[in-house]
Write a protein that binds this ligand. Structure first.
Ligand code: BG6
Length: 255
């Protein structure tokens, strides 16, 4: 059922753009929930898009996740822009190491033959440690690069899936179960209207930083993420979505 002609894909892309009110949308055929190669295809298309957007001295902040890992794996060597720098969007947010932003960042920069900086901060951290850690010169320097990233690329998760995948306190998971949180991106949890309902206390990119970026790209697919994608895009923080056919179909139906 998931094999569309190029012309049908561009109709789908157009309709997603209208539904979400964004400038740019790439839809790849298939459903990444059930077909692994679809995630790889999203990664490939996102890498091509990014390559075109890069300019000299540009900083790219990336999150973790399996979809972002597919992007890192598809990143070509960059010959078109000098001094490109990759940074992790945030510190660790309780993910397994292969899903962490630091890992994805280093892998992407390596493939791109670009520079990178990493952020080593335990997570989640208490208020007091947080205040101390952000004053550490080495952390402070990386944070200042992250906070003025030119391009931000991140995954979007279903809130419950992400809460379970991370070491989330049980009371919070219970609260999320009642449907309070629908989507998750870079450690923030959003309700159906796109409002922040919870954030993981960690250093790095803050929601406000997105306003300053030239481009904010979300990469997320699979029918199971349609509601999460719709919720995240409600408050219009991004201008670009890379997704798949299954998610796109649900999105335009408003399901
Ligand atoms: C996380 C990102 O690491 O990956 C989130 O910080 C995102 O922004 C999540 O929600 C998505 O993961 P996946 O594996 O579904 O691509």
């Amino acid at each position: 059922a998931f094999m569309l002609e190029a012309s049908e894909i561009s109709v789908l892309e157009q309709r997603v753009r209208e539904t979400l009110g964004i400038d740019n949308c790439i839809v790849v055929p298939g459903n990444s929930d059930t077909q692994d190669w679809v995630k790889q295809e999203m990664g490939k298309r996102c890498a091509q898009l990014l390559e075109k957007m890069l300019h000299p001295n540009c900083t790219v902040a990336v999150t973790g996740g399996t979809t972002m890992a597919a992007l890192a794996a598809a990143m070509p060597p960059i010959h078109t822009a000098e001094n490109v720098m990759f940074v992790p969007a945030r510190g660790g947010i309780g993910e397994q190491v292969e899903n962490e932003a630091n890992t994805i960042c280093a892998a992407m920069a390596k493939r791109a033959k670009s520079q990178y900086r990493l952020l080593y901060v335990p997570d989640p951290i208490g208020e007091e440690s947080y205040q101390t850690i952000i004053e550490e010169p080495s952390v402070k320097e990386v944070l200042s690069i992250i906070n003025r990233s030119d391009i931000v690329i991140h995954g979007i998760g279903d809130a419950m899936t992400m809460a379970k995948r991370r070491r989330t306190p049980e009371p919070l998971v219970e609260q999320f179960k009642s449907g309070v949180a629908v989507s998750e991106a870079f450690g923030y949890y959003f309700d159906a209207e796109g409002n922040v309902v919870h954030r993981v206390r960690t250093v790095g990119l803050q929601l406000e930083d997105l306003d300053k970026a030239e481009s904010v790209i979300a990469i997320a697919g699979g029918a199971s993420k349609a509601r999460a994608i719709a919720s995240y895009f409600k408050l219009g923080r991004n201008n670009i979505l890379v997704t798949d056919e299954a998610a796109a179909n649900q999105l335009i139906k408003g399901e």
